[in-house]
Ligand binder design. Structure first.
Ligand code: AHR
Length: 548
């Protein structure tokens, strides 16, 4: 049996990609559903960073995805793909994690600075995955810290850099901070940064101390990693600005990692907690075997060819994030009584078997469908609902990879259904979470001859002044839900909705058909301050409600 840990040491197998149509019944029958929004019960500010992204030197994420080079015919801003920058501005992308992922713990940041033609070529961490084509095998280092900082600046996003703990000494971590943050003219590295076009510091605030340190990031025990964490974060120069260190956290439900890490860090005293801003949590939804196997390869499903049961199985796997957040949070509370440390869900998304890439051969690229849109809406709602516990979320990965918002190749660029969900949800950033209670009949489905259920409607709500944003997913593949939305503590003057629904559950956007799945405006009835709306099957909706 193969686990994710073993996979990261070896392999992925791929075939050709295609998109196909299948039409389940979309008959819109109504069934009672209610959403009650309790405006008096605010539950914390939704960190804008929950809407963050993740980019790794992996396959075509950086080269072809983000970076086309300044001499390219592809419209670009100093080498950065223009369409990508523009759309990321539109969705107010708040933070971007880089350069990995597993790649981070094999990366020497010095390889990616200085004159481009002098930068070394290296073997990429992912070079010898089974599916890795030669074009992705060797790292040209054309894109490095300065290019990434410019990418973030163009978008208006904060950089979140992941440092190499597995294969570089702690001094190199300090020096990378020095390169990014030391004042103009102050150090040799600041001068080097100035020669690259930025005399002023980048002021990088978020620093990941390794990645998946239980696996590709060093194969540590939680106790060993905690010792490294203390060492790497001791006396890092701050230059008068805050540095927020993010510890490499558990995969999924692994509470022994969380507990072991905190226990060992605290062996040196409670004040050690001051150096931890957050602890990472990674959750990929991959096992669609309906309980038959836990094998990393055999358990995966296809991104495009799936049936209704696969739809619910994926959502079920995604929904597991909610109890994961709660159990890790509880475990953290045993050590961090004052709740200083937050959760950083810095990798999330579905992970399918290879074969659906829009550009065949792009390592780990998959084509997102309406299923992934519903999955992503559901996940963002989970993160919103845990606003006081989760400081950041980073969807894996931004472009040409797993749950990508965008797919691109040469001069082709398309926004996936996932990208549209980030657009629909962007108004939650910085809003105050308000308690919402959803009551809707559960979805019943057949799980290989056995009856199974999944949540009916679900979502989250946030408020900013008189403006309420309600996001809702209807996971039911067949049933539209007529819903009454009541507001406790205010009444609505007007409401508008944008809805992402599709003609069939496997619908996806491709280079040839870029608008198969796009959000559309939908009618909302507001009568005597109360709201009714019909949420289509298999949909994601954002409703903007103006209050009296
Ligand atoms: O996102 C792909 C990989 O998944 C990342 O490099 C790693 O951190 C995780 O296992």
């Amino acid at each position: 049996m193969k686990t994710r840990r073993e996979f990261l040491q070896s392999t992925i197998v791929g075939t050709a990609a295609f998109c196909f149509s299948r039409f389940p019944s979309l008959a819109a029958s109504s069934s009672e559903a209610k959403i009650e929004i309790l405006l008096g019960e605010t539950q914390g500010t939704i960190s804008p960073n929950i809407y963050g992204h993740f980019t790794e030197h992996l396959g075509a994420v950086i080269y072809d995805g983000i970076w086309v080079g300044p001499k390219s015919k592809v419209p670009n801003i100093d080498g950065l793909r223009r369409d990508l920058v523009e759309h990321m501005k539109k969705i107010k992308a708040p933070v971007i994690r880089y350069p990995g992922g597993c790649f981070a713990d094999s990366y020497d940041w010095r390889d990616g600075i200085g004159p481009t033609d002098k930068r070394p070529r290296r073997t990429n961490f992912w070079a010898f995955s089974d599916q890795s084509p030669a074009k992705h095998r060797y790292e040209p280092n054309e894109f490095g810290t300065d290019e990434f900082a410019r990418f973030c600046k163009q978008i208006g996003a904060q950089p979140y850099l992941a440092a190499n703990v597995r294969s570089l000494p702690a001094q190199e971590f300090s020096r990378w901070v020095e390169y990014c943050n030391s004042p103009a003219g102050s150090t040799t590295l600041a001068d080097e940064r100035a020669r690259a076009g930025s005399p002023e510091p980048y002021n990088v605030r978020y620093w990941g101390v390794g990645n998946e340190s239980w696996g590709c990031g060093g194969n540590f025990t939680p106790q060993e990693y905690a010792v490294e964490f203390r060492r790497y974060t001791a006396w890092v120069p701050g230059y008068g600005k805050p540095l927020d260190f993010i510890a490499s956290g558990p995969a999924d439900h692994d509470l022994s990692w969380t507990k072991g890490f905190f226990e060992e860090v605290l062996r040196k005293g409670k004040e050690q907690l001051n150096s931890i801003y957050g602890i990472g949590l990674h959750h990929y939804a991959w096992n669609l075997s309906r309980g038959k196997t836990n094998d990393w390869e055999k358990g995966k499903g296809d991104a495009l060819q799936f049936d209704v049961t696969d739809w619910y199985e994926l959502l079920r796997e995604g929904q597991r994030l909610e109890p994961m957040i709660e159990s890790h949070w509880q475990a953290m509370g045993e050590f961090d009584k004052d709740r200083h440390v937050k959760l950083v869900v810095d990798e999330w998304g579905p992970w399918y078997r290879p074969g659906s890439a829009l550009t065949p051969g792009d390592l780990l690229e998959q084509t997102p469908t309406q299923r992934d849109a519903v999955f992503s809406g559901m996940t963002l709602d989970i993160l919103n609902r845990h606003a006081s516990q989760v400081a950041m979320g980073n969807c894996a990965q931004l472009i040409n990879c797993l749950n990508s918002l965008y797919l691109a190749h040469e001069d082709h660029f398309v926004i996936t259904p996932v990208g549209h969900v980030f657009d629909l949800y962007s108004g939650h950033q910085g809003g105050e979470l308000v308690r919402s209670v959803f009551s809707a009949p559960e979805v019943q489905y057949d799980r290989d001859g056995k009856p199974a259920t999944f949540l009916g409607l679900n979502g989250s709500a946030s408020i900013r002044g008189k403006d309420l944003l309600l996001t809702v997913v209807n996971p039911d593949t067949k049933q539209a839900r007529e819903t009454t939305i009541s507001l406790a503590g205010a009444s609505a003057t007007s409401a508008t909705a944008r809805v992402l629904a599709a003609s069939h559950i496997q619908a996806c956007n491709t280079f040839a058909n870029r608008e198969a799945v796009v959000p559309r405006s939908a009618e909302v009835t507001v009568r005597s301050g109360a709201i009714t709306h019909v949420f289509p099957p298999a949909s994601v909706a954002a409703m903007a409600i103006h209050l009296v």
